[in-house]
Ligand binder design. Sequence first.
Ligand code: ZN
Length: 423
Amino acid sequence: MSLDDHAEELASSLGVDKTEVKSDLENLVEYSVPVEEAKDSLRRKYGDGSSDSGGPTTKDIADVSTGDSSVTVTGTVLTVGKRSIRYQGSDHVIFEGEIADESGKISYTAWDDFGLEAGQTITAGNAGVREWEGDPELNLGESTTIQLADEDLAVDYPVGGDATLAELEPGDRGINVEVTVLEVETKTIDGRDGETDILSGILADETTRLPFTDWEPHEAITEGASLRLEDVFVREFRGAPSVNVSEFTEVQELDRTVEPTEEAPALAVRDAIDSGGLFDVEIVGNVIAVRDGSGLIERCPECGRVVQNGQCRTHGAVDGVDDLRVKAILDDGTGTVTAILDDGLTEEIYGGGIEDAKEHAREEMDQEAVADAIREEIVGREFRVRGSLSVDEYGANLNARTFDETEDDPAARASDLLAEVRQ
Ligand SMILES: [Zn+2]
């Protein structure tokens, strides 16, 4: 039976115009929809009198709600990300991204390959609606029909998925970035199919730096390389966005060099905490206290946690390994964070290494002597701290990469303020 015959049969059984049915049918078949499935969709679309006529409602994207079970929407595909997921024991390739019309945008997941491409304006007929983290999301599956729309829409969103690192948010999919690789290392993890090698490290562009994971190591991802990564997705890692490179990501070397930004965004403590976590941020504040567990500490050789009186919470009695650390409470008037300094930064402040610290503690016959000396040195002073901020049930912790006393003295700032007031 030719497509024409199918259209003829369908048109007469539905009592509608044959040319219209034929063009719909051609559209669907062009998208690799099997002809019988296409005919079923058209029966639903034109309302086969024998089945229920209460089909999905046509809606503006902004009006789609989690209360809808299925809808028909027309919109421009903004992004298309390809991903492999394991669902009910087997691997599926799915497509995810966002679609927009003049009223707004919405995320979608396509369980079949509809051949979606960014920039296409499509009508998704009978798209399922599910709730994802409180928002509606479209589910394009076997009962969904996808047709190219006749006219393009004027949508207010960028099409294609190109973004800077600073723009990325957890949940973004089908994104393209141009970056330089600052750090990369190979790690062996216990994956869903046993031990497997992945890459992890840090990417940067002109806007910021972010951690990344490459689940299917690409050879071109080497330290110092300037690359275009097409089709990455973004997850949350310790409260901050993290770039995920997959087997479907295209990695291309760029002709230009991407210059990594030297600066980290400088934020007030309250704004930094409100962001939920930042991989690279700068905070200026006064050290108001040095917390317990600072100075000369002992760590469990197994898990690295701080041990107290020779006891690890997980591993019991252990031979602790000496280390230096500072947990300083930083206050800028809008809130507080705990800045955590590693051994290197602690040595700089303390003015000595682990051996000096042990000698010091022995002389004073007090393990706390080192922490006390550090308190003396930094409490009441203002510091500029750059590092990674995580915000979780343990509070707001800023893992410091740099920790420097601010140079501008309060008197200079007071006169700046006076100058401002006089203007
Ligand atoms: Zn332990």
